[in-house]
Design a protein around this ligand. Structure first.
Ligand code: ADP
Ligand code: MG
Length: 734
């Protein structure tokens, strides 16, 4: 991939946790992971290989061994990223590794111990401290969301009701890229509030799971923070920058055993790691740089992280390792995975004035409420001054002066009180006035009552408006104002020094790594040989070095090949099992479902690529398309509904036409049992049933009378009418 000026690679750091007590008691073998902190290298020993086999070495942007502190990792590798987010870049941190290697420990840590707090709490601290120390012309809006991807379904962890129903949907917009539709997002004004959001989410996560450990190792947790900052630019207008931060705790990267499972369990197993294997494929495709297609759409996770991998974001990947010998294979896989991710190039840029900035909406709404309030207060003040008899002078223009808010508010309240008192007094006076007629008194009192009511209503409306205004305004954080910074100068200095040291360590390591590379290249150039013997020695040394490298690479190729074969075998096995299941389903369909039913279903099915699912087309087309359906059948042109041949004939003969289209009623008559006895008997038998029948209403009588008016009807024409009915019935049912 070509490097341009604004592109930068994904930063990859590796962290190894200490041996657990159980692992220590397992044997004296010790860890298999060694780290060179100065060079950022991980050296992996194969516990099954002979000691002569060269160890595997990987180089990363930084490595953290078992004695590393949470704070070190944060200051060196995460702090610069959060600073970028605060400046309006997108940022992503994800923890990748086998279950139990410390992903959650790195991302969240132990909340109660300040020394052991992970990346997320430290980031909260960082963001809000930054806001409290920034200049007062900056306004901030901080929002947080928390979601989980489990079995390829997205669950909103902040909305427990949502988690019961089906998962959330992913949508794509040209402005913001891929986003989750209807995801809850909470505006947070302080560290405490955002911690509360995190807690709520963590609880929702635990509640949904029968076994938290199992669940968390199979699901991906994404905590999203959006920081919007508005600041007046040189042009005098307010500019908004939006930084989005994704904090991702991935599912355990270990292979899910698929052998021997069938049916739903198989599908579940296939789905669990779908997102992770898709992530691997995306990383491979990006790192390779030659493949034109990056399979982002293969899973929900990769779609959500699309920007973070090869797009508009700065990304840090923390790969976590366990030092135990029994996990050698998984550890090696993790290191290879991480090594590949180093080659991904991103193109981060500042998100300046995006259309969907919520902060702008907030600012607009606040300005609108403020104008409304000012207007109301101004009116009240005006009235007060009129009542007070003060000369009200206007300069002619309609502009309302910007008066001190609090003063005006107080004045307005006072005015309302005074006005109430005045009305009360007036009422009193009216009641006591002996010269007024009772009727007049009532009228005057009523008027006053109305005025009082109006006054109160207005006052209430103003209060509501003020409350809304204040609530809106309190959501915006103003630089250096809303949050009190408790740290004193000394602590601040200490913090700064620590950051400087972290920065220096980082630079030193970069230089060391570069020197190592240059050394290897330059050694040949620098060497001058005094004798042939010396030259031979030097060349032999170099040859040996290169030979060792060759062996390493050969071993690596063999390893990768083996792994490839293994994963292919696994895929083949999965395929075989799926094929077997498919055949079983076919068998059922072919033998037990009537072909016409099958065809009906097949015709109604359609594939929804957005949700990756087969769906039924609706039986009844929705409202918007109903106009197509209402087309009249050709047999009904000019009539309310299709009518039978018989009815047409009847119509042309000029008989009673009211029920001409409803000759379906004739069915009643055809149900008459065949006349085997005398006609009179039959009539006697029949009439009571007709009378008792629930369908013996006006309609039927009339239809009968119409029918009977057809004097010349024979039995054959009656048959005709039945045939007509049968013809008409399906059409009428349409
Ligand atoms: P994962 O989330 O990757 O499954 P966890 O974060 O739950 O793993 O870690 C498993 C255990 O290891 C936890 O008890 C955790 O406290 C411990 N642990 C992980 N990393 C470290 C570390 N760097 N230092 C000390 N303990 C750690
Ligand atoms: Mg975990």
């Amino acid at each position: 991939m070509s490097k341009n000026k604004s592109s930068e690679s994904v930063k990859v750091v590796v962290r190894c946790r200490p041996l657990s007590r159980k692992e220590e008691s397992n044997g004296p073998a010790g860890g298999i992971v060694q780290m060179d902190l100065r060079l950022g290298q991980v050296i992996l020993r194969n516990p099954r290989a002979p000691p002569s086999e060269p160890q595997k070495t990987f180089t990363f942007d930084a490595v953290y061994d078992s004695s590393s502190k949470q704070r070190d990792l944060y200051d060196e590798s995460v702090r610069p990223l959060i600073d970028s987010v605060l400046a309006g870049f997108n940022g992503t941190i994800f923890a990748y590794g086998q279950t139990g290697t410390g992903k959650t420990y790195t991302m969240q840590g132990l909340w109660l111990d300040p020394e052991k707090q992970g990346v997320i709490p430290n980031a909260f601290d960082h963001i809000f401290t930054h806001i409290s120390r920034s200049q007062s012309d900056k306004q901030y809006l901080v929002r947080a969301s928390y979601l989980e991807i489990y079995l390829e379904e997205i669950r909103d962890l902040l909305d427990p009701n949502h988690s019961n129903t089906r998962g959330l949907e992913l949508r794509e917009s040209p402005e913001t890229g891929v986003y989750v539709q209807d995801l809850t997002s909470c505006v947070c004004k302080s560290i405490k509030e955002i911690e509360e959001v995190m807690n709520v989410g963590n609880q929702a996560r635990a509640v949904g799971a029968t076994d938290m450990n199992e669940h968390s190792s199979r699901s991906h947790a994404l905590f999203l923070i959006t920081v919007e900052c508005s600041q007046p630019g040189p042009d005098g207008r307010k500019h908004i920058r939006v930084g989005r931060l994704n904090l991702v705790d991935l599912a355990g990267s270990e292979r899910q055993a698929k052998t021997g499972v069938q049916g739903d369990r198989l599908k579940e197993a296939a789905k669990i790691n779908l997102s992770l294997s898709a992530l691997g494929n995306v990383i491979s495709a990006l790192a390779d740089g030659r493949s034109s297609h990056v399979p982002y759409r293969d899973s929900k996770l990769t779609r959500l992280l699309q920007d973070s991998l090869g797009g508009n974001a700065k990304t840090v990947m923390v790969a976590t390792l366990g030092p135990a010998p029994q996990h050698y294979d998984e550890t090696l896989t993790t290191l290879r995975y991480a090594n590949r991710a180093k080659n991904i190039q991103n193109q981060p840029r500042v998100n300046e004035d995006p259309k969907d900035a919520l902060l702008r909406e907030f600012q607009k709404e606040i300005a609108r409420l403020r104008a409304q309030l000012n207007h109301r207060r101004f009116r009240t003040k005006q009235k007060k001054e009129q009542v007070d008899g003060e000369a009200w002078e206007r300069d002619g223009d309609e502009e309302e002066e910007e008066v001190e808010e609090e003063e005006v508010e107080k004045e307005a309240e006072e005015f309302v009180k005074l006005e109430e008192q005045r009305l009360e007094l007036e009422n009193e006076a009216i009641r006591e006035d002996q010269f007024l007629l009772a009727e007049e008194k009532q009228k005057l009192l009523g008027e006053n009552e109305k005025m009082m009511g109006d006054l109160r209503k207005r006052q209430e409306a103003t209060e509501q408006l003020t409350a809304r205004y204040k609530a809106m305004e309190s959501k915006l954080l103003v630089g250096g104002k809303n949050i009190i910074d408790h740290t004193n100068e000394q602590q601040k200095m200490l913090e700064m020094k620590r950051q400087e040291i972290a920065e220096q360590t980082r630079r030193e390591r970069e230089m060391q790594q570069q020197m190592l590379i240059q050394d290897e290249e330059a050694v040949e150039l620098r060497e001058t040989f005094t004798s042939l013997q010396q030259e031979v020695e030097a060349k032999t040394k170099k040859l040996k070095k290169l030979y060792a490298k060759l062996q390493c690479t050969k071993a690596e190729i063999k390893d990768v090949n083996d792994e490839h074969v293994r994963s292919r075998q696994e895929l083949e096995q999965t395929q075989n099992e799926l094929t077997r299941e498919l055949k079983f389903k076919y068998l059922i369909i072919e033998n037990f479902i009537p072909p016409e039913e099958k065809n009906k279903i097949m015709n109604r099915l359609m594939f929804d690529p957005e949700e990756d699912e087969w769906k039924f087309k609706p039986l009844v087309p929705d409202e918007s398309k109903s106009s197509q359906m209402k087309k009249r059948p050709a047999s009904a042109v000019g009539y309310k509904r299709p009518i039978s041949q018989y009815a047409r004939v009847a119509l042309s003969m000029g008989t009673h036409s009211r029920y001409r289209a409803e000759n379906i009623m004739l069915l009643e008559l055809d149900m008459t049992p065949p006349n085997t006895s005398a006609l009179t008997d039959g009539e006697q038998n029949q009439s009571p049933t007709l009378n008792n029948s629930p369908t013996h209403d006006k309609g039927i009588c009339k239809s009968r009378s119409w029918y009977q008016s057809q004097k010349s009807i024979t039995s054959s024409s009656s048959n005709n009418s039945l045939a007509g009915c049968q013809m008409a019935a399906p059409a009428a049912a349409m």
